[in-house]
Write a new protein. Structure first.
Length: 217
């Protein structure tokens, strides 16, 4: 019977990835059963509400994409889901801004947590683009008015050649596929970063270095 070779000696990249994940993100950090008392701050509650609103945005958006513009503009159920999608987006942005700025004033980039906060900033920027393409994908007079007024500004930036706001297919594809995938992936990465680095403590609760007195003077 052949002896079992250890993962370290095989040089397997899958074993290496597994060891890296186990070391950097152990299960007690990924799914903790205890948290510090300051996790109950409203700033972190705003982040949870943001994620909950994102779930509603995605679910209502899937329903809208399945039935199309005629359904969400002409039927009562379609208008309900269109409104649900719209107001979920509003809640998503309001609480994301509250969470983002709350973390900024808490100096959440301390102790190596700057990438976590920057991921949130990038998520906010991409969400603005997703909301903009969402307005353009509405297929009503508001969408046409926004597109006609935005095309000159977009062309003036030099990106109108590959970002055509008058192209419904392009805007709709960006809104329902590429941008949501990017936002969900960044939110997932943000949560993983929080689990890896831990929740930043308030400034007044940071451990202070011990003061050493020089008695030789």
């Amino acid at each position: 019977m052949k002896s079992r070779v250890s993962d370290e000696s095989t040089g397997s990249w899958t074993a290496g990835v597994r060891r890296q994940l186990e070391r950097r993100l152990p299960w007690e950090n990924l799914l903790p059963d205890r948290q510090p008392f300051y996790v109950g701050s409203w700033v972190y509650v705003f982040g949870v509400v943001t994620i909950a609103a994102l779930v509603w945005v995605v679910l209502s958006g899937v329903v809208l994409a399945a039935f199309g513009p005629q359904w969400w503009h002409l039927s009562s159920v379609g208008r309900f889901f269109n409104s649900l999608h719209f107001w979920s987006v509003q809640v998503f942005f309001v609480f994301m801004v509250l969470h983002l700025w709350g973390q900024y004033f808490m100096a959440s980039w301390r102790e190596g947590r700057a990438p976590t906060w920057m991921i949130g900033v990038v998520t906010f920027a991409i969400s603005i683009l997703a909301a903009f393409t969402g307005y353009l994908a509405q297929q009503n007079f508001d969408a046409q008015w926004i597109a006609m007024n935005a095309k000159d500004a977009i062309n003036g930036t030099g990106i109108g050649g590959f970002f055509n706001v008058l192209n419904f297919g392009q805007m709709y594809g960006l809104h329902v596929m590429l941008l949501p995938i990017a936002i969900i992936a960044l939110v997932f990465l943000h949560i993983v970063q929080v689990r890896m680095k831990g929740v930043v403590p308030p400034i007044e609760h940071e451990p202070k270095p011990a003061v050493r007195w020089d008695l030789r003077k």
